[in-house]
Design a protein around this ligand. Structure first.
Ligand code: ADP
Length: 909
């Protein structure tokens, strides 16, 4: 029960008012050296941050729970809260408590929420931290994404009225002008959400897909937005519902115009996009409400279209282990492998390149040419990398500078970074042939000589974190400050020296220089020496046996010394703020340069990777063909240990090589092969060199993957349901420009169901979609498709047999498999004999029963080896124990099927 206002002391009443103004957030209430929490907040604080809960009297004998964090540790505790999805208001003391008459004035100065962070300690360095606003009118939806810590402000509109689920991808494979690629958020550590039901509202699906791809820290949406109720999990982002009871006097467009200081939104390409405008304004209002006075400058907004990029949905991003591995974490992912960037801006941009491969051939080729340039000119590459290494996070520094929260160390870091720009530009200015993109980036970059020069002159070498205690400004920047500092440092020395000087001049041996608060500095002479006091001494005070004097010179020094420190600190703070404001005015130039630098950084990083790993430049071709010679899996090839990686070729097109059925025993390398083809296509379209001896690729609009079978225990969805939802998603959305990777489809159900589904899916893809497809399967039966459908080909992974041993050769060859490796695989699995005997007995019993499904003699010949392998593949562990006793190689096909069925039923029961 919250205490009643009337019971409260004035201070608690102040707190209660703050709570009312900011309901639903934890109130961190500054009291002296602590931020205190009370009542329910204190209980949450104690639980979530491990603070010690105490109680404090607030009226009479009544006590209120309380806990607090020391002011200097605030960020650390905020981090804990934000990570757990809490929002917190910071209520500051607005006046010095010592100077306050009565109750200290307090005010909430900032509401900290996961999506609105600017505090360095709370932010991931190499990743964006997006706030996403969704704004829909039921027909169209706007999605705005803002990273206040970097100044990125992006907006898009999804419109499903034309009947399209999502706007179709636009492939530009002719040599046309490019589109601007905004830096967007990739996935990193949060759990992936499940695929949506393909029957759901198309607008909702499109919005959810885009929001999940952005992977925001926080999503805001109006309480009565048509999409609010149906919104599923958004990849772990916290969702903040906005109440509609606030009066808004300006339209969304007017709010944006006011913020950007423009008359119309036409210049941003926002005109006519009312949902997008609504989303952008909603994001802006939320940021203004959370940051209050210290909102970093959001100088510009860019509109992007979701059809500018290859679509990589959450499932595919995960299956291809682009940003996060299937086990979780960054290890053994594409981003970890390719990230050789030197700056945080570059690192963040690389992530967006990876999850947003391009669809415009010219743009891709520009990146490829730039990388080729850097690969061939390693001197240039080394020089650029060297300069980039000493450049700090310009985007986040700028954000703090415009917000007025940057300290002198931030300005110093900015200064040091900017000082490298002329060298970077010099390198890019092109001795000899420079790739077009590098030349463009050279132009987009600004030397920022004025800013760099100001910072070099103004900011001290090693300034402290605090900006009110001096030590910020370099000597020589301001004459008045230098004099003050000089006086402070040398004044006391001078006064000390004066004592000796005056003793010598007057012959008064015990003359003393002293100080008191009333008269300041004085010269003291005892009575016995009164006759030696010179003319220029003015008497100030008479004591019992001494007189005190001052001289004009002493008073002049005194005025310099007294408070010189204090005045110097004040002046330094003022000068520092002026410098910071001057730099803030140039923030757009700094940011534009930072973005160009980020691109240079990513290109250098990719060139570095290409050199180090022996990648080659892919050729982007018109049309649908995909031809890779000597392709490798970029991540697996770095991790095979002793065994050298065996490269493989692929050829996919829309004629005779559209759908490949790939068979081969477990562990032979099928999945690796499938993924490497997808990764090479993706890397090529992000503009990177590829792990292959050569590659010719037609542009792909979307990569779909359905890989493996893993139960989503957390959400209680069965393997089969997840698998089928993902498959449905592919069949609904793939086009003849898509690349589909299917690994072991149909395994979540019984053999016969699974086989039929796999068959029907393959047929549908060929007949209805026409997408290039790689289909790895244990159902050798599917090999028969190649005989029926001309565009289907069979491939197999070669293994060598020596006696009863198999060696995986990792080589892909034409043709299907009909060879059984049952006994060898069984041996590999180390199976003893008894269970096999027992299983045979069981089998004989079932054989007496009716067979519901009896495969024809023709097909059973082909099914047998498949099933044998499946026995080991699909079996849950108790079944494996049983299987260990079956002599698999001696089973007839029908026996094997029956056994499998029986074992499956037993496992399920
Ligand atoms: P499958 O999908 O057929 O079960 P995987 O693709 O998972 O087999 O491969 C199993 C292991 O074999 C991989 O983890 C990898 O270490 C190794 N491997 C796969 N392909 C190759 C290759 N081309 N060269 C060398 N080793 C490979």
């Amino acid at each position: 029960m919250p205490p009643k206002d009337s019971d409260l002391t004035p201070m608690y009443r102040q707190w209660a008012q703050a709570k009312r103004d900011f309901p639903d957030v934890l109130m961190l209430f500054r009291m002296g050296d602590f931020y205190e929490m009370f009542a329910e907040d204190a209980e949450i604080g104690a639980r979530e941050m491990g603070l010690t809960l105490t109680a404090r009297k607030y009226a009479g004998d009544k006590r209120i729970p309380m806990c607090g964090v020391p002011y200097h540790a605030l960020d650390r505790y905020l981090r804990l809260l934000v990570e757990k999805g809490f929002r917190a208001a910071i209520c500051e003391q607005m006046e010095d408590p010592r100077a306050a008459k009565g109750l200290v004035k307090r005010q909430v100065t900032r509401v900290v929420t996961p999506g609105t962070l600017t505090e360095d300690e709370l932010l991931p360095e190499d990743d964006h931290n997006f706030l996403v606003a969704i704004h829909s009118d039921g027909k169209a939806a706007g999605i705005a994404a803002v990273d206040v810590s970097t100044g990125d402000f992006l907006v898009t509109e999804v419109d499903c009225r034309a009947g399209a689920r999502t706007p179709p991808a636009v492939i530009t494979d002719h040599q046309s002008g490019g589109v601007h690629a905004p830096a967007l958020q990739p996935d990193t550590t949060r759990p992936e959400a499940l695929p949506l039901d393909p029957q759901a509202d198309p607008l909702l699906i499109a919005v959810v897909e885009e929001v999940r791809r952005l992977r925001p820290a926080e999503v805001i949406i109006r309480e009565n937005d048509p999409l609010r109720g149906a919104l599923p999990d958004l990849g772990g982002a916290i969702v903040t519902s906005l109440k509609d009871d606030e009066p808004v006097f300006l339209s969304a467009a007017e709010q944006l115009c006011k913020h950007f200081g423009v008359d119309s939104l036409r210049g941003y390409g926002l005109e006519g996009l009312s949902a997008a405008t609504g989303a952008a304004a909603q994001a802006l209002r939320y940021l203004q409400a959370t940051h209050m006075a210290a909102l970093p400058r959001l100088a510009s907004i860019s509109v992007y279209s979701t059809n500018q990029f290859m679509v990589i949905d959450a499932t595919t991003r995960r299956n291809l282990e682009l940003i996060e591995s299937l086990r979780g974490g960054k290890q053994a992912t594409l981003v970890e492998l390719l990230d050789k960037t030197r700056t945080p801006m570059g690192s963040r941009l690389l992530r967006s390149w990876i999850v947003q491969p391009l669809l415009d051939r010219r743009q891709i080729e520009q990146r490829l040419d730039a990388i080729e340039n850097l690969v061939q000119d390693t001197i240039l590459l080394d020089a650029l990398s060297g300069h980039l290494r000493s450049i700090y996070d310009l985007e986040r520094l700028t954000s703090r500078i415009t917000a007025g929260t940057a300290n002198a160390r931030d300005l110093r870091a900015l200064g040091l970074s900017l000082a490298r720009l002329p060298e970077v530009r010099q390198e890019l200015s092109g001795k000899g042939e420079t790739a077009e993109l590098l030349a463009q980036l050279h132009v987009q970059m600004d030397d920022l000589g004025d800013v760099s020069d100001l910072l070099a002159r103004a900011i001290a070498d090693e300034p402290p974190v605090e900006i009110t205690k001096g030590g910020l400004i370099r000597e020589g920047f301001n004459a008045e400050l230098d004099e003050l500092s000089y006086a402070a440092a040398h004044g006391r020395e001078w006064i000390a020296a004066l004592q000796d000087q005056e003793r010598a001049r007057t012959g008064i041996k015990n003359l003393k220089i002293g100080f008191n608060n009333v008269f300041g500095y004085y010269i003291e002479v005892t009575r016995s020496f009164q006759d030696l006091v010179p003319e220029d001494y003015h008497r100030k005070q008479t004591l019992t046996n001494a007189e005190r004097y001052v001289t004009p010179e002493l008073k002049e020094w005194e005025s310099k010394v007294l408070g010189a420190d204090e005045r110097a600190q004040e002046l330094e703070h003022k000068l520092f703020c002026e410098v910071r404001a001057t730099v803030a005015e140039q923030s757009e130039r700094v940011l534009a340069t930072a973005r160009a630098l980020a691109q240079v950084d990513v290109l250098c990083g990719l060139a570095q990777a290409a050199v180090e790993y022996g990648y080659s430049k892919p050729e982007i071709i018109e049309g649908h063909e995909l031809q890779i010679v000597g392709g490798r899996h970029p991540v697996v090839e770095r991790a095979t240990g002793e065994e050298p990686f065996v490269p493989n070729d692929v050829r996919l097109d829309c004629d005779s090589n559209q759908l490949m059925i790939i068979t081969g025993p477990n562990m032979a390398g099928k999945s690796t092969y499938l993924r490497q083809v997808a990764l090479i296509a993706l890397m090529a379209q992000m503009g990177s060199f590829v792990p292959a001896s050569s590659a010719r690729l037609g542009l792909v609009d979307r990569i779909f993957t359905r890989v493996g079978a893993s139960d989503d225990l957390a959400t209680g969805q069965s393997t089969f349901m997840v698998e089928m939802t993902e498959t449905a998603n592919i069949l609904h959305n793939a086009t003849d420009r898509s690349l589909i990777i299917l690994d072991e489809i149909g395994r979540g159900t019984s053999t016969f169901d699974g086989l039929s589904i796999a068959w029907a899916v393959a047929e549908y893809i060929i007949k209805q979609i026409g997408a290039k497809t790689l289909f790895a399967t244990h159902y050798h039966h599917l090999n028969e498709l190649a005989e029926i459908l001309p565009r289907v080909k069979n491939l197999r992974v070669l293994v060598r047999e020596e006696g009863d041993r198999v060696t995986f050769l990792r080589k892909i060859a034409d043709g299907g498999t009909d060879r059984s490796y049952g006994i060898q695989v069984a041996r590999l699995a180390g199976l003893p004999q008894e269970v096999i005997e027992r299983a045979k007995e069981v089998l004989r019993t079932i054989e007496q029963d009716d067979l519901a499904v009896a495969p024809s003699a023709e097909s059973t010949k082909k099914i047998a080896p498949t099933v044998q392998l499946q026995l080991f593949e699909a079996a849950p562990s108790p079944t494996v124990e049983k299987l260990k006793k079956v002599d698999v190689d001696t089973l007839t096909p029908v026996e094997a099927l029956l056994l499998l069925k029986e074992l499956q039923e037993e496992a399920e029961g």
